[in-house]
Design a protein around this ligand. Structure first.
Ligand code: SF4
Length: 586
């Protein structure tokens, strides 16, 4: 039996590179099934050189070329729609493939995923034992398509009944060997992801974590130390501690000493999430000694009502002491706030923003719009709390009883202005010379750019030459002749790669007239006439010129009359017009 495991990345834009898409969950599954449960299955994890760069059509070819018996997809907010699209396409070509989903998107209350016709099985909660039992079942019953397993934690797409819950692993010592046993190599990621605890003692209403693990499971100290030694040998620059709330462990001080001993020469830096309350000077000193460069802290809201509703109270004097200790020790502190929490009003959110701005208790601020995630307490209680949210990932809140949609948008913009930053900045238009079209039959990289001289009838790329992020850069001496051609190029990309991030750059040389308004409208329509993808939903609530979603249209018009550009910009707010810095239309 052959098994292919795949974890798709957060889609990048144009020249952005994919970072942090480490298939750790897939590595756990492979190690547990093969080495702990001795299941005779060939399990391949699609390497990041392919997973992080291929567009939909090329990915489909990679999957079908391998002819797996089982296709396993790790589903997160940012990839679940694309995963389901690919699963559907694979099943059209190879109906015998068993599609198995896992990850945080697989919860009892996420019916649109569980009931998708391409899903044969879905693993709810911790996956290692459930997946291994499923593989054993499939290996023993190969050829018998009628039998259906009853396995704790496993949703069966045919039976469609809620499975019995799965008991959590007692410890992390089996799965914690994925790097040591060579299943995952940290070097390509320049980072080793280390999970020394699963579970969280806190129960924040917006968080998926407490629902999936009911107790804390630990990795032994010796094994943690062996992983750190491997990080040193591998030459990675960072060890990312995945433990939810690093300082929830009772032996926090001793654990920091272990981390310090494992990084005596500061071969790498540590980063982690923790709660500031309880961090004392001694902890911060030990963390600096260990090599912590940055920590992330959730403040979320300073309002008592909002804190009570999310089951997360904050002791502000203790928070302040903890952050000061960390900053004094030279550790960067990233503080998170959430806009759109039940109970918060525009006034209380502003007070939270002002509190941070005035106190200076941060190195960097992140302000998020609340996501009402499946599997969370907020999702379970959304009616009672009066939360309205997007029906698809990222499930962003649209309004609450105390915050209107406009207020949430205004608060996000106010936060950007107050902290003089831009959340989710997008790259600038790359040079025309950036990137090269993939050679025919070659492997595209994440960012591909095709420079298309519309006056010269250039060759069209095959669908498989389109990378995960694709730029179509049009040039012409007369765009008014090429409206239909531009649209057809866009259709050609999106028909076969609906989840690619597509950036259309219309580049006007000197003396070249602006494209016709109706041709630009037709381009926008071509971009958004298919079902929306993750970034479409993501950006739809924060429209800025040229970023309505996963497709951007930029008209580079350095020589065009200012009044005409301004008029087009007013009438076509979904399109970004780039003009010289000195121009009054800026
Ligand atoms: S947000 Fe952090 S502290 Fe709260 S439940 Fe989730 S992991 Fe635990």
């Amino acid at each position: 039996m052959t098994v292919l495991l795949l974890q798709l990345p957060i889609p990048p834009f144009g020249p952005e590179t994919v970072r942090g898409n480490v298939p750790l969950a897939a590595a756990y599954l492979k190690l547990y099934a093969q080495r702990v449960e001795s299941i005779a299955a060939e399990i391949e994890i699609l390497p990041s050189s392919l997973a992080d760069g291929l567009g939909d059509a090329a990915m489909l070819r990679e999957i079908t070329d391998r002819r797996p018996d089982v296709l396993g997809l790790s589903c997160y907010l940012w990839n679940v729609e694309r995963s389901l699209y690919l699963a559907e396409q694979v099943k059209r070509r190879m109906p015998q493939v068993r599609v198995v989903l896992g990850g945080p998107e697989i919860t009892h209350d996420n019916a649109w995923v569980l009931e998708h016709p391409a899903v044969d099985y879905a693993v709810i909660g911790e996956g290692e034992q459930t997946f291994a039992e499923l593989l054993r079942f499939l290996a023993e019953r190969s050829g018998d398509a009628t039998s259906s397993p009853v396995i704790a934690g496993l949703w069966d797409g045919r039976r469609r009944s809620i499975p019995p819950s799965r008991r959590q692993l007692a410890h992390l010592n089996d799965v914690g060997r994925v790097y040591l046993e060579g299943i995952l190599d940290p070097a390509p990621y320049n980072s080793l992801f280390l999970e020394t605890i699963r579970g969280c003692v806190f129960k924040c209403g917006f968080c998926f974590y407490p629902k999936s693990f009911d107790r804390l499971a630990y990795m032994d100290d010796d094994l943690a130390a062996a992983n750190l030694a491997l990080a040193r040998r591998s030459g990675v620059s960072e060890v990312f501690l995945l433990d939810p709330t690093l300082n929830q462990r009772r032996d926090f001080t001793d654990f920091l000493k272990l981390l310090a001993a494992g990084n005596a020469h500061h071969s790498f830096t540590y980063s982690a999430e923790l709660r500031a309350e309880g961090i004392r000077t001694e902890h911060a000193r030990l963390m600096a000694e260990a090599g912590f460069a940055e920590v992330e802290l959730g403040l979320q809201s300073i309002d008592r009502t909002a804190q009570a509703l999310m089951h997360r109270t904050v002791n502000l004097p203790a928070f302040e002491r903890g952050v000061r200790a960390l900053l004094d020790a030279g550790i960067r502190v990233r503080v998170d706030l959430i806009v759109g929490l039940p109970g918060d009003t525009a006034d209380t959110v502003r007070r939270g923003l002002d509190y941070l701005a005035n106190s200076g208790l941060f190195t960097e601020i992140q302000v998020f719009r609340l996501a009402v995630l499946p599997g969370t307490d907020f999702r379970r209680r959304y009616r009672e709390l009066g939360l309205e949210f997007q029906p698809h990932p990222p499930y962003h809140v649209l309004r609450t009883p105390t915050l209107s949609s406009d207020e949430i948008g205004d608060l996000m913009r106010e936060a950007e202005s107050l902290f003089d930053t831009e959340f989710d900045p997008l790259p600038e238009v790359p040079e025309r010379s950036w990137g090269t079209p993939a050679s025919p039959g070659g492997t595209p990289v994440a960012g591909t750019q095709w420079v298309i001289d519309l006056d010269a009838s250039p060759r069209r790329p095959s669908p498989e030459e389109v990378g995960l992020a694709h730029i179509l850069r049009f040039v012409s001496r007369d765009f008014s002749r090429h409206g239909a051609a531009m649209r057809s190029w866009v259709e050609n990309v999106l028909d076969h790669n609906p989840h690619t991030t597509l950036w259309i750059v219309v580049e006007l040389g000197e003396g070249v007239d602006l494209p016709r308004e109706r041709d630009l409208e037709a381009l926008l329509e071509a971009c958004y006439r298919r079902p929306l993808s993750y970034l479409d939903w993501y950006f739809s609530l924060q429209p800025k010129p040229g970023r309505m979603g996963a497709k951007r249209i930029t008209v580079s018009a350095p020589h065009s009359p200012v009044e005409r550009v301004e008029g087009l910009r007013r009438r076509l707010p979904g399109i970004d017009f780039v003009v010289p810095e000195t121009s009054p239309v800026q």
